[in-house]
Design a protein around this ligand. Structure first.
Ligand SMILES: [Zn+2]
Length: 363
């Protein structure tokens, strides 16, 4: 556990302290609208029966990334566990201003997730960040921040974190996704600022914007519960994934020509160096070029929009650090109803992904 002094206990609020075992809806004063009316961040505070660490779970720091909002709502309505120890702070929407406009950004186009830790004399974004930092981060010992891919992209659920920090590494493994990406996080991001003050924080990237996707909610719920179990806040053992890929190097594979794509790989798939991942065709279906994997890797995310211009990002790939055969063997052993297989099929169900062999080029 962190040795950071908790400035305010998770369960102590101006409206009154929560009793052991109590859950309550609260609100954080975030900023004010043009009308001068208070804008509040809704928060559900759940105090465990006994003392223990405080964990925050936040969503929609980017206001359009609402998969996490759905997951947090489900956790409030139907957690499926008893909180034995500690305190859980559940925040369905951090960026209430972006959320109101279905937008990633704040009304001044600033990115709230590049504004941490913030200050109470800075820009609107900076002040907003400061309120969140004060009321959520500084109350917490550990954190989980829920995100989705940017507009017109989707991500296979993976945890990102600075794994050089042993506590972040432990938290990320406890969450139990098959894929983890080792990154320190951009300057000004909430997770980096939280880690800097001794609140180890991980980030989940999963699914698309503007959607609450069932398998994303499922993997999010399983991960949060698993983290709480690893911290001894909930009874039971943490989830162990069937396989684990920890990518350090990631790359965007980009379109070299304008055209219309046929995809041959889906998010979450393991791909070999030299494998054709997408075919760039003319509108009449003639092959113009292909996008080939430069490495043995895993598809972290992809565009969902088949029409591309030169330079457009198409597939985000993470490099494997272990022999591909070892991973492939474990994936082959998974059943169709495993969560991994269901997520891969779910995320690509609305995008046409075909095997190369299935479709010969037109004569
Ligand atoms: Zn995001």
């Amino acid at each position: 556990m962190s040795d950071k002094p908790s400035r305010k206990p998770g369960w102590s609020w101006p409206e009154g302290d929560l009793a052991p075992g109590e859950r309550r809806d609260m609100a954080i004063h975030a900023t004010e609208g043009f009308s001068g009316q208070a804008l509040e961040i809704p928060i559900h505070v759940w105090r465990g029966k006994e003392d223990g660490p405080t964990v925050f779970v936040t969503a929609a720091l980017h206001g359009d990334e609402i998969n996490g909002t759905g997951a947090v709502r489900e956790m409030i309505l139907d957690p499926g566990f008893e909180l034995e120890r500690g305190c859980l702070l559940l925040v369905p929407v951090l960026n209430v201003l972006g959320f109101e406009r279905h937008s990633r950004y704040l009304p001044d186009r600033r990115d709230l997730n590049r504004s941490f830790p913030g200050s109470n004399s800075g820009s609107m974004a900076s002040r907003f960040a400061q309120r969140i930092f004060e009321e959520v981060i500084l109350r917490s010992d550990f954190g989980i921040d829920l995100h989705s891919a940017a507009v017109r992209r989707t991500n296979y659920p993976h945890i990102r974190g600075d794994f050089s920090n042993p506590e972040v590494d432990r938290l990320a493994r406890a969450f139990g996704t098959e894929i983890m990406v080792d990154t320190i996080g951009p300057k000004g991001s909430m997770r980096r600022a939280a880690c800097d003050v001794g609140c180890p924080t991980i980030l989940l990237e999963a699914g698309e914007v503007w959607k609450v996707e069932p398998t994303v909610v499922e993997v999010t719920h399983r991960g949060i519960l698993s983290v709480l179990r690893s911290l001894n806040m909930v009874e039971g053992k943490p989830h162990k994934p069937e396989f684990r890929i920890i990518a350090k190097k990631t790359a965007w594979l980009r379109a070299e020509a304008g055209g219309f794509l046929r995809f041959h790989a889906a998010p979450g798939e393991i791909v070999e160096e030299g494998q054709t991942l997408a075919t760039n065709t003319s509108l009449l279906g003639r092959e113009q070029s292909t996008i080939v994997s430069p490495m043995d890797g895993v598809i972290l995310g992809m565009t969902t929009l088949p029409s591309v211009a030169p330079g457009d990002p198409v597939l985000n790939i993470g490099r494997l650090r272990q022999p591909i055969e070892r991973i492939e063997k474990k994936v082959d052993n998974l059943t169709q109803d495993s969560l991994h297989e269901r997520i891969v099929s779910d995320l690509s169900s609305s995008v046409m992904v075909d095997d190369l062999e299935d479709k010969p080029d037109p004569a």
